[in-house]
Write a protein that binds this ligand. Structure first.
Ligand SMILES: CC(C)(COP(=O)(O)OP(=O)(O)OC[C@H]1O[C@@H](n2cnc3c(N)ncnc32)[C@H](O)[C@@H]1OP(=O)(O)O)[C@@H](O)C(=O)NCCC(=O)NCCS
Length: 180
């Protein structure tokens, strides 16, 4: 399912995705700046596949996904997926497809909105994630909303001739910074 519109700070909001947003996903994820620590580097990037993926995300009962909007333009995606409603645990992910906008605080605000929603609306017990250890921007954006290291998965994936370690993070309601 897609999550509701969540209004954030500094021009950042989370909005329910549209098919037009999904058509941006493939071209964005193929850019080397965006895929450096994440995602596929090849694949069938077609509008038909985007439509199939859009329907799967919309129909899913175990994920809540959003498009990230910055100044009302779509710039990326975030969500919580693989949710186990009994254990109340899910995995989170984020990507900003517009690399010309990296470093403006967009991911930090998107993670804050998503994490707040996980505790206050979904009533989850825990959210976990996997982040390339070298991906300092992503780790930092998540840490600011209360994610902490629970493990390190060494030599998790191979890219451009070298192995990369992955940082395993987890967040709980009690680790979320006080927003009052
Ligand atoms: C990683 C990513 C999510 C960060 O998004 P962003 O909007 O640029 O992040 P922010 O501007 O909110 O920055 C978050 C924090 O990390 C820091 N940071 C950002 N990029 C950084 C970098 N390349 N190196 C070191 N620190 C960095 C920022 O200074 C900020 O910390 P601060 O608030 O203490 O100053 C974004 O670059 C991205 O989507 N990359 C491609 C896909 C990807 O890697 N997704 C994550 C998969 S786990």
């Amino acid at each position: 399912m897609f999550g509701p519109r969540l209004e954030g700070r500094n021009g950042v909001s989370l909005v329910p995705s549209t098919l037009e947003h999904f058509k941006l996903h493939g071209p964005w994820s193929m850019q080397p700046e965006v895929g450096r620590f994440w995602g596929p580097r090849f694949g069938e990037v077609t509008d038909d596949n985007a439509a199939t993926r859009f329907k799967e995300f919309a129909d899913s009962q175990t994920s809540v996904n959003w498009s990230i909007a910055y100044q009302d333009e779509p710039v990326g995606f975030t969500g919580i997926f693989g949710i186990d409603w009994v254990r109340r645990d899910g995995e989170s992910g984020i990507f900003i497809g517009r690399h010309d906008l990296f470093g403006r605080g967009i991911a930090s605000e998107a993670v804050r909105l998503r994490t707040d929603f996980a505790w206050r609306e979904l009533r989850l017990h825990r959210v976990h994630n996997w982040i390339g250890l070298a991906n300092r921007g992503s780790r930092r954006a998540n840490e600011k909303s209360g994610y902490q290291q629970m493990g390190l998965y060494r030599k998790s994936w191979f890219r451009s001739g070298e192995w990369y370690d992955e940082w395993l993070g987890e967040a709980y309601p009690h680790t979320f910074p006080d927003q009052r």
